[in-house]
Ligand binder design. Structure first.
Ligand code: PMP
Length: 306
């Protein structure tokens, strides 16, 4: 069973976890009208740091703008809330979950409701299971497609989007796979249930473009930047499903999933059927940010004690 941390930030104060509750008639519970972030903090040689905190919170504000969810706090106030809740729970390596949602105040779809805001933080290991960062996972292509452009905006990280994510993830688990990969409405590759997708061909990284109904992942952007810094070619392009079977390597990335190698897709081995050399290299570059082996050239490590 899940154990919960002691403290949570809710509407401006830090409360005991059990007291951070909402009403059953909150708008978001019925209509998915929430926006949220997933952020990680890491213990680094220079002290605990929250990875790209400002960029995550910028995305939260962009997501809120799409749905006209009024934000009662500034980005700086939410950054302080994120730091405070990690510290109050005595954490350094943590997963942070800021969420803003339409609360109690109206039942119509276009109701103007007050916005509730919370930030939780807890210790979290590898999202897709123990040992998967080394061993990789077996993935499948989902029978569920991602939502099409201009239906539900994939670039906004809203609670309702994760109905799609749940269909993809639950189908994959039911069939015995570690994660599902969705195709876009075009039939071309999109992303995982909660992760962006990279394929490797001849030493170059290929990733699906933002037009293919993907979240504009911060890990994806970080890996593209780290690769370019290291002289590794990066190509953003549409790819058909069968490229999953042709690729030398495939991996998924996200804040929760970090860099998870994919060792097979639809029962067919990817490359040598284990984490490939460029996947390993990207893991070294990425995790190197947190143990000091990769210089933080872009100011991504935002100190917990700021
Ligand atoms: N796609 C989806 C659908 C996601 O939920 C996530 C996780 N937030 C990602 C991609 C990866 O995004 P990020 O690297 O910003 O966590």
């Amino acid at each position: 069973a899940q154990t919960y941390p002691d403290w949570i930030w809710h509407n401006g104060e830090i409360k005991p976890w059990r007291d951070a509750t909402v009403h059953v008639m909150a708008h978001a519970l019925h209509y998915g009208s929430s926006v949220f972030e997933g952020i990680r903090s890491y213990a680094t040689p220079k002290g605990a740091a929250i990875f790209r905190l400002t960029d995550h919170l910028k995305r939260l504000f962009h997501s809120a703008k799409v749905y006209d969810i009024a934000m009662p706090y500034t980005l700086e106030q939410l950054a302080a809330a994120c730091r405070a809740v990690v510290k109050k729970n005595g954490l350094d390596k943590a997963y942070l979950r800021p969420v803003a949602f339409r609360g109690l105040g109206g039942f119509g779809l276009s109701a103007e409701t007050p916005t509730d805001v919370a930030v939780a933080a807890w210790a979290m290991g590898a999202y897709l299971g123990d040992g998967v960062l080394e061993l990789g996972i077996d993935a499948c292509v989902s029978s569920w497609q991602r939502f099409a452009p201009n239906t539900i905006p994939a670039g906004a990280k809203a609670g309702g989007n994760y109905l799609s994510g749940q269909l993809i993830a639950r189908e994959a688990r039911r069939l015995g796979f570690g994660e599902g990969i969705a195709l876009a409405s075009t039939g071309l590759l999109s992303e995982g249930a909660g992760e962006n997708l990279f394929l490797v061909f001849d030493g170059a990284l290929h990733t699906t473009p933002v037009a293919s109904a993907i979240l504009h992942g911060i890990t994806r952007h970080s890996l593209m930047t780290l690769a370019r810094d290291a002289g590794i070619p990066v190509v953003e392009r549409d790819m058909p499903r069968e490229y999953l079977y042709f690729a030398d390597e495939v991996f998924m990335c996200g804040t929760a999933a970090e860099i998870t190698p994919i060792r097979s897709v639809d029962g067919k081995p990817v490359g040598a059927g284990k984490a490939g050399p460029l996947t390993r290299r990207m893991q070294e570059l990425f995790f190197g940010l947190f143990d000091g082996r990769t210089p933080d050239r872009h100011g991504w490590l935002e100190p917990l004690d700021a």
